[in-house]
Design a protein around this ligand. Structure first.
Ligand SMILES: C[S@@+](CC[C@H](N)C(=O)[O-])C[C@H]1O[C@@H](n2cnc3c(N)ncnc32)[C@H](O)[C@@H]1O
Length: 315
């Protein structure tokens, strides 16, 4: 089948095109490009990968993407706590409406995820606690771990409550056959000369999972992490990897680097349906993956484009 025929059939959007990738020179990039041809988008890339930055509603855009086309989804949707994302989004909805919206994009996210794919959903624990049963029971994704992202905090203290210093990261895979690059989360043995450890190294072991919570300095030193509690500071206005102060809620690059390294390989396609400042795309670019980022706000897409065009991501 030639490329032209593929292009014609794509307009019918039956979502069944990913099996054409690799045939007659048709690439996943061609297929994705065709599927989102009627969206407002930017595309940047080079030999190391391509990055789509799409302006629009995530559920609407996801509906256009083919089945089984995405290797890894990492996202933190709005937290519904009244943040200012510009006039394009109301971050203060009735909780009932909020969860209906969350479920709508999750249904599509599940469909586009490859059989070997992974979803990391980052949110407040009380939001993820409500979404977990839906994702596991209704969408039948395989629940792997509840990861706690702990951050030291000097903000949001309340006289009548405990101060929030954690977010939850739900780790799901589509099947039992999934990418998990363990070598990215083990530490080298601290005592490699001990006989028992020597023997383990001789048998091929490269290190061990950490026994305790590691802080960011440990991670920089080791470039490796982690148990299921990750300790990384929130980005403050003064943080050096804060890309733009106008966006109220940017994820740390270091957090996303860990998840991307562990759960994807080079050339994989990564997706963030709530891209904000396009941090996931920035990490994808840095690590040789491809990416699709979607945001409602055209100003954020402009920012994302600027971010991906500069080297500011390569910290
Ligand atoms: C918590 S922020 C994500 C921040 C991002 N992880 C980063 O590092 O910059 C959520 C983003 O979702 C966007 N958003 C809200 N509803 C959306 C929707 N239905 N479709 C697409 N984007 C949406 C908001 O504009 C906001 O930028």
């Amino acid at each position: 089948m030639g490329k032209q025929v593929v292009d014609t059939s794509m307009s019918n959007l039956t979502h069944q095109f990913t099996n054409l990738a690799g045939k007659d020179g048709v690439t996943m990039k061609d297929i994705l490009l065709q599927s989102i041809k009627n969206t407002k988008k930017e595309l940047i890339g080079n030999n190391n990968g391509y990055h789509f930055l799409i302006t629009g509603n995530s559920t609407d855009i996801l509906k256009k993407l083919p089945d089984d086309s995405i290797d890894l989804i990492v996202t933190d949707p709005p937290y519904n706590k009244g943040l200012d994302y510009g006039s394009y989004y109301n971050d203060n909805k009735a909780w009932k409406d909020y969860f209906v919206e969350m479920k709508m994009w999750l249904i599509e996210a599940n469909r586009v995820l490859r059989k070997t794919g992974t979803l990391y959903l980052i949110s407040y624990p009380e939001i993820n606690a409500r979404l977990l049963p839906f994702i596991e029971d209704e969408l039948a994704l395989k629940f792997r771990r509840w990861i706690t992202w702990h951050y030291p905090t000097n903000i949001g203290h309340s006289k009548k409550n405990f101060t929030r210093s954690q977010r939850s990261i739900l780790f799901f895979t589509k099947s039992n056959n999934y990418v998990f690059n363990e070598e990215n989360i083990i530490q080298p043995y601290k005592n490699p000369t001990v006989a028992k450890i020597k023997e383990r190294i001789r048998l091929g072991s490269k290190g061990r999972h950490s026994y305790d919570l590691l802080n960011l300095l440990d991670m920089i030193e080791l470039n490796k992490d982690m148990i299921d509690v990750i300790d990384i500071n929130l980005l403050k206005n003064v943080s050096k990897d804060r890309f733009n102060k106008k966006h109220p809620c940017q994820l740390p690059l270091s957090l996303l680097r860990i998840l991307v390294k562990v759960s994807s390989n080079k050339n994989d396609v990564l997706l963030d349906p709530f891209a904000g400042t396009f941090t996931l795309s920035a990490v994808a670019k840095e690590l040789g993956r491809n990416s699709i980022g979607i945001d409602l706000n055209p100003q954020y897409v402009k920012l994302g484009l600027k971010r991906l065009k500069t080297n500011q991501v390569l910290l």
